[in-house]
Design a binder for this molecule. Structure first.
Ligand code: ATP
Length: 576
């Protein structure tokens, strides 16, 4: 049994260190002491969650409620807690200090173990209905009554969704391997297991119950896989040079769905692995008709307008969900799913099979009703590829996907198993995906919307930091501006995001929590003294003439463009 006070002690140590190696060792030591019954819960607590994100379990506690619980436990008036918080900027620090000087001492403090803390947090999350906020506060107060100041620090941050230990999943994977073998030798199978189930707690539990099993870990329904990602190249020649003979498919600009079925039970997951089942009853019904008892497959969903015989883009497909009632939308703009990969079928994990075989399996199952099969052609030369690319553009599509016939399904990885060729490549127009970290107020004509543009950042993988790349002031429709401001208002924060490196010259009027991803186009990448992306000797990178293209609600902030990708794009622009 592991006590939460020992966990809190390790978290405190981790906070003081920033090196991955040190963090790995600290965690590995803690894992060694933990039983297979507790390990999944400890992993979730370290990740700052209660279950894998696709389960949608949210603690849903606001600052004000935590403040009330802190006041009740510490014996200080609420106003004093608030005052302290204003200075510290972190309710975790506030509760730590205030409990240290606690006015009332709790008489019946008991040591809490991991299971107790986890279950108590789960209880808070699951408390719903009328009067639920008061009950949540009561549960939190009980837990804090049993806490030492350090334990309380992490519990409060956890319930607010701000644990942020700075421990990434790769570090946890390393630590799991080290805890059992003393080295990182099992990191690879552990990572594969994680990529094919997206549930780190479950991976750890399986591993602790029987380390052998991690080498035989198989995909299973209702544990979504991290989607495989495509590399990009700029010309058909480069593609054929890279992978030779390959399968060429049209690239549909729709909405990626991962479909899981067992018997009559069906779930649909978005690219970010959020459950979308309730949004697409028409798809669920179509999937139920498949003969396979158990199946996992992926496809691109596109709304189809029969009258005009045309497909709708990603954005229009998304609007279908928002605008129409869900059932009306199915009638007016029926969805078609282009099923492009199959990952599991009736007890068999297909992810390690070459694409050639997976495609054959797909062809046995699809098409069926709205579940279509994308056309594909095997090509040997770049000319054939080019012809198909041009055809796709002529048909109003985005471009093509070239697929390596011998490649396995590369869950969670961007590999040359898939290579995309899009219409904007080769020209000067390119795009990046960035996360919004702040916004500016409008000046002049735009003032009435009080919205003047976004400060956008990309991710520096080496440093684990966000770095600014553009202030984007154009490309918005009026409606978009209003919507954006409303969304961003809800996630305003006082201080700049902790992970962000920025220059005062780009300071926005409001900072926001880095949550929303947008796609932006630009003319070229230039060097900038004030944007921090890839900053070296006073020169960072910035987008020249950046324009907002669209929101990317399907992308999480872990998927934004990296600093290295920007530096590569800059280098590709040729001599400067
Ligand atoms: P990325 O996924 O590479 O980060 P992105 O989300 O902007 O970038 P694209 O670059 O447009 O997506 O290309 C990848 C996406 O293309 C896949 O996630 C999938 O949704 C979509 N897609 C469309 N047609 C196909 C197809 N035939 N095979 C595989 N993916 C396809």
């Amino acid at each position: 049994m592991t006590f939460f006070k020992d966990v809190a002690q390790v978290f405190l140590e981790i906070e003081k260190r920033s090196g991955r190696l040190e963090m790995t060792d600290l965690l590995a030591e803690l894992f060694k002491k933990t039983s297979s019954r507790e390990i999944d819960k400890l992993i979730y607590l370290t990740q700052g969650i209660l279950a894998p994100p696709y389960e949608g379990i949210d603690l849903g506690m606001g600052e004000q409620f935590a403040i009330r619980a802190i006041a009740a436990v510490s014996g200080y008036p609420k106003e004093q807690v608030e005052q302290h918080y204003k200075k510290s900027g972190d309710l975790g620090l506030t509760v730590d200090e205030m409990l240290g000087k606690r006015k009332q001492l709790s008489l019946s403090r008991e040591d809490m173990d991991i299971e107790y803390v986890y279950n108590a947090l789960l209880k808070i999350a699951k408390t719903g209905g009328a009067g639920s906020q008061d009950l949540k506060i009561k549960h939190l107060t009980e837990m804090l009554n049993n806490s030492s100041p350090a334990e309380a620090r992490f519990i409060v941050r956890f319930v607010l969704g701000r644990l942020r230990l700075g421990v990434g999943d790769p570090t946890i994977l390393d630590a799991l391997s080290v805890s059992k073998t003393g080295d990182k030798s099992l990191r690879e199978p552990l990572e594969r297991a994680y990529n094919v189930c997206s549930d780190l707690g479950y991976v750890a539990k399986t591993f602790f119950e029987n380390p052998e099993k991690i080498n035989r870990f198989i995909v299973q329904p209702f544990k979504p896989l991290q989607p495989a990602l495509a590399e990009r190249l700029s010309t058909p020649e480069e593609i054929v040079e890279k992978i030779g003979k390959c399968a060429c498919e049209f690239k549909f600009d729709g909405f990626r769905l991962q479909v899981h079925k067992r018997g009559k039970e069906v779930e649909l997951y978005s690219r970010k692995l959020e459950k979308m089942t309730h949004m697409f009853p028409d798809v669920t019904e179509a999937v139920k008709k498949l003969k396979a008892n158990e199946i996992i497959f992926e496809g691109e969903a596109l709304a189809y307008n029969e009258k005009e015989n045309r497909y709708y883009s990603f954005q229009q497909t998304m609007q279908r969900k928002r605008k129409h009632g869900i059932s009306d939308a199915s009638k007016e703009l029926p969805l078609n799913i282009f099923c492009f990969d199959v990952l599991y079928l009736d007890g068999k994990d297909l992810t390690e099979k070459p694409y050639r075989e997976r495609r054959k399996t797909l062809e046995k199952i699809f098409p069926l009703g709205i579940l279509k099969l994308p056309n594909r052609k095997i090509v040997k030369t770049w000319k054939e590829l080019d012809k198909l690319f041009k055809k796709s553009i002529k048909e109003g599509l985005e471009g093509i996907m070239a697929k390596d016939l011998s490649a396995p399904y590369t869950a969670g990885k961007r590999k040359f198993a898939w290579i995309k060729l899009k219409k904007s490549y080769g020209k000067s127009v390119d795009t990046i995906d960035g996360v919004i970290v702040g916004y500016y107020l409008g000046r002049g004509a735009r003032a009435e919307f009080e919205f003047g543009g976004l400060l956008v950042a990309v991710y520096n993988e080496d440093k684990g930091r966000l770095e600014t790349i553009a202030k984007i002031g154009s490309g918005y429709s009026e409606q978009e501006m209003v919507e954006l401001q409303k969304m961003l208002d809800d996630i305003k924060v006082e201080a700049p995001p902790a992970k962000l490196d920025f220059n005062e010259a780009q300071k926005p009027d409001f900072w926001v929590e880095p949550r929303y991803v947008i796609e932006a186009s630009f003319d070229e990448i230039t060097l900038s003294p004030t944007h921090t992306c890839g900053m070296d000797e006073g020169r960072g990178h910035a987008l020249r003439f950046p324009r907002m293209l669209k929101m990317r609600p399907d992308k999480s902030i872990d998927e934004i463009t990296t600093t290295q990708e920007v530096i590569d794009m800059y280098a590709k622009q040729g001599p400067h």
